[in-house]
Design a protein around this ligand. Sequence first.
Ligand SMILES: C[S@@+](CC[C@H](N)C(=O)[O-])C[C@H]1O[C@@H](n2cnc3c(N)ncnc32)[C@H](O)[C@@H]1O
Ligand code: SF4
Ligand code: SF4
Length: 336
Amino acid sequence: MSLIYRRKANEPSLTHFLYDYYGEIAPFVKRIDRKWLIPPLVALKTIEWSIYRWYRTPIRRFYGVKGNELIFMITRRCNDRCPKCGIWEHPEPVSQHMPVAHFLNCLNRLHENLYQVTLTGGEPFTYAEDVILIAREARKLNVPMVVVTNGVLITESVLRVYHELRHILVISVDTMDKDRWRLFRGRNHFDLVMNNIRLARAILGKSLRIQSVLARESEADIPAVKAYCEAHDISHNVQPYMDFGGHWNSAGKVQAANFACAARKNICIYPNGDVVKCFDHHRIPLAKEPLGNIAKEDIITILCKKRATEVSKIMKTCNFPCKQLACNIPTVTYNP
Ligand SMILES: C[S@@+](CC[C@H](N)C(=O)[O-])C[C@H]1O[C@@H](n2cnc3c(N)ncnc32)[C@H](O)[C@@H]1O
Ligand code: SF4
Ligand code: SF4
C-alpha cells in the first residue's frame, strides 16, 4: 500500500473544471444582447452546466436549449477560383447533390438545440432554391440563419425574400483593388460583386456583413476593405488564413487562443450528408471518419453514438489554430 495518492491520468483536475466552465459560459455571455440579462442568465446557465456536468445522459453533448450551431457545407461546387481556398478543386458531381429534404429533416429534429444555422460551401447560391427553402424552414422554426457567400450569384429577388425572413448574409471581400480582385478570386467580377454589395446593403441593411481573410497575400488590402465597411456602415470581421487546401500563406504565426474551442458546439454537415463535429476533424484521429450520414440515419441517433461523445470530450481541450476561425467563435450574429 502506498501513502501517496495517485491521481488517475484521465481524472479531471480543478483546472479542467474551470476550463470547462469558462469554455461553456464565455461564448454564452457573448450571445446575450441585453447586458442587464447577463447575471440571471449566467446563474441559470451555471445550474444547467452543473446538471449536465454530473448527469451523464447520452444526450448531454447538446449543451442545453439553443446551445449548438448547425453548419451545412451545402456544396463544394464554386463559380470562383480563389487561390486561398482549395474547396472548389474537388466539387461533388451534380448527380451526388444531396436532396435538401434530408437537411430540412435534420433541422427539424435539432431546432430546439440550435442558436444558429450557417450555410457555407463552395458557393451556397449555386443551389439558391435550396438556400431559400432552408431559410424559410429556419424562420418557421425560429432559428437564425447565416449564409456566407462570394456575392456573385445573389439577385434582387433572392435578397428580398431573404430580407423578409430576417436572416444574415455574409459576403467575402479580401481586396478593394480591381486588378488584385482578379488574382484573389480567379475571376474578373469586381464590379458585379460591388454592385451586389450595394444592393444587399440597401435591401438587408445591418443584416449584411463582410468578412475578409487575413493572409500574407491580403494583409495590405484589408485596411481598404475595413474603410469601405466603415464608410457604408457594414459590420466587418477578419479571420486568419487556415489550411483549406489553398495556396496562400499565414500573415504570421497564429497563436492558439487561450479558450476552449467552441467548435465542440458545432454540428457540421458535408454536401453528401456526412456528419462531423468540426470541418477540421481530420486533425483529431478519433474524429477522422464521419460520425454518420443524415441521408441514411437520424441526426439524433448519429449524435448519440459513443464516438460522438468521445470526440466532443477531446474537442474541449483541442488546441489547433483552427479554433480561431469565425465559425468556431460564437458571437452575437442575430438581433431579432
Ligand atoms: C469557404 S468560403 C464558402 C462561402 C463562399 N464561397 C465565400 O467565399 O464566401 C467561407 C469563408 O471562408 C473564407 N475562406 C476561404 N478560404 C479560407 C482560408 N484558407 N482560410 C480562412 N478562411 C477562408 C472565405 O473567404 C469565406 O468568408
Ligand atoms: S473561398 Fe468561397 S468563393 Fe472562393 S473558391 Fe472557396 S468557396 Fe469559392
Ligand atoms: S481546434 Fe480545430 S480541430 Fe480542434 S475542435 Fe477546434 S476546430 Fe476542431
